[in-house]
Ligand binder design. Structure first.
Ligand code: F6P
Length: 376
């Protein structure tokens, strides 16, 4: 009997998405027992019935292409902007799943997508997910695809920033994506030989970062590269965030809607204030060291372009494994990386968790061994 597979990509795009779509599509078509259809722009496309044909011709030219041929969005089924309103469109999505005669919906995305996919699974849809994000912060998988490519891009940027920092005797602060996780800044910082690496998992002290630069100055090295994760916080801000998160959890537990609203507002305010953190950090380091400082924000440059060989390989492994699980009727799971193998992890074990850098991670230890400062 033919199985009908729907695929969508949701959340921020990430190199390797097309390689994953290709792997799922080609493996499904090769089985001779499956048909496949794409939905455009994440969950929104399924809600609006916007599809894309995924035949051999379409699938055969996308392995190396960046972005996603399906398009993506951060729309959530239960909170979708429709006209001027935010509405729960879950039922419409479930109806469309049935209307397209789907046997399974493959949702490719990061932490948010895993949560949204789980909600649909709870509504009775057959769901299977793949973990993608440059942030590498999805729980229960060794790694996510997109991370390796973004780390390569950020490393190359650090390499290039080195020569200009050296020539001008400057501090160059380079802000690296990663949301609340420090994997990208850590990986690229170590690979690119950054002198200071600041990540959210290790709250920093400004003076300690400045001291590391001063020590280099005393040795006659008048330039420094500071790799800072976009979510990095100083010790004081990290405490404030921790307190707010504790209050949020307590208000949730006590079902205190007023309290929840208040904390949500405070968190919003805090996030807004943190937006300029790297600008302030760059200015402070200049003041404290007397070295001219510049800031480079890599931003979306890290998400664009062709995936690395490692990400193409990973996407292909996960995509083909996904079709294997579909063939066996294994649903409600995320296809995860476990060393050289893949495994199916129940979605309820994935959601509500984040894969953060353990402060004693071997990459951190190696960096410390070669003299990198973490600002602690
Ligand atoms: O999750 C991937 C990511 O690139 C994060 O590193 C970053 O914080 C965020 O997405 C940026 O989102 P957007 O593309 O919506 O601005």
């Amino acid at each position: 009997m033919n199985k009908h597979i729907g695929i969508l990509t949701a959340g921020g795009d990430s190199p390797g998405l097309n390689a994953a779509i290709r792997a799922i599509g080609k493996s499904a078509l090769s089985s001779g027992r499956m048909q496949i259809v794409g939905f455009r722009d994440g969950f929104r496309g399924l809600m609006e019935n916007r599809t894309m044909r995924l035949d051999r011709e379409v699938l055969s030219s996308i392995l190396t292409r960046g972005g996603t041929i399906l398009g993506t969005s951060r729309d959530k089924p239960h909170k979708m902007v429709v006209g001027a309103e935010v509405m729960d469109m879950t039922d419409v999505i479930c109806d469309n799943y049935r209307r397209h005669n789907l046997d399974v919906l493959v949702c490719i995305g990061g932490g948010g997508t895993q949560k949204n996919a789980y909600r649909l699974a709870q509504k009775g849809l057959n769901i299977i997910t793949l973990p993608k994000t440059i942030d590498n912060d999805v729980a229960m998988t060794d790694v996510t695809f997109g991370f390796h490519t973004a780390m390569e891009i950020a490393t190359e940027a650090i390499d290039r920033l080195h020569s200009t920092a050296h020539s001008h005797h400057r501090i160059i602060v380079v802000e690296i994506m990663g949301h609340k996780a420090g994997w990208l800044a850590l990986g690229a910082g170590v690979a690119g030989g950054a002198d200071i690496i600041l990540i959210p998992e290790i709250p920093y002290d400004l003076q300690s970062a400045a001291n590391a630069i001063r020590k280099r100055q005393l040795r006659g090295t008048n330039f420094s590269i500071v790799a800072v994760a976009e979510g990095a916080l100083n010790i004081e801000d990290s405490k404030i965030l921790h307190d707010l998160q504790t209050k949020k959890a307590k208000a949730k537990e006590a079902n205190d809607s007023k309290g929840r609203k208040k904390v949500a507002e405070a968190l919003q305010e805090f996030t807004k204030r943190c937006k300029g953190n790297t600008v302030r950090l760059t200015e402070e380091l200049e003041k404290l060291t007397g070295l001219e400082s510049r800031l480079t924000i890599l931003g979306h440059y890290q998400r664009g372009g062709t995936p690395s060989a490692a990400d193409r390989l990973l996407s292909t492994r996960l995509g083909s494994a996904c079709v294997g699980y579909i063939d066996q009727g294994i649903y409600g799971v995320m296809v995860a990386v476990d060393g050289n193998k893949t495994k199916a992890v129940p979605l309820d074990q994935v959601i509500g968790k984040k894969n953060l850098v353990p402060p004693d991670h071997p990459w951190v230890k190696s960096a410390r061994d070669v003299g990198t400062c973490f600002g602690d």
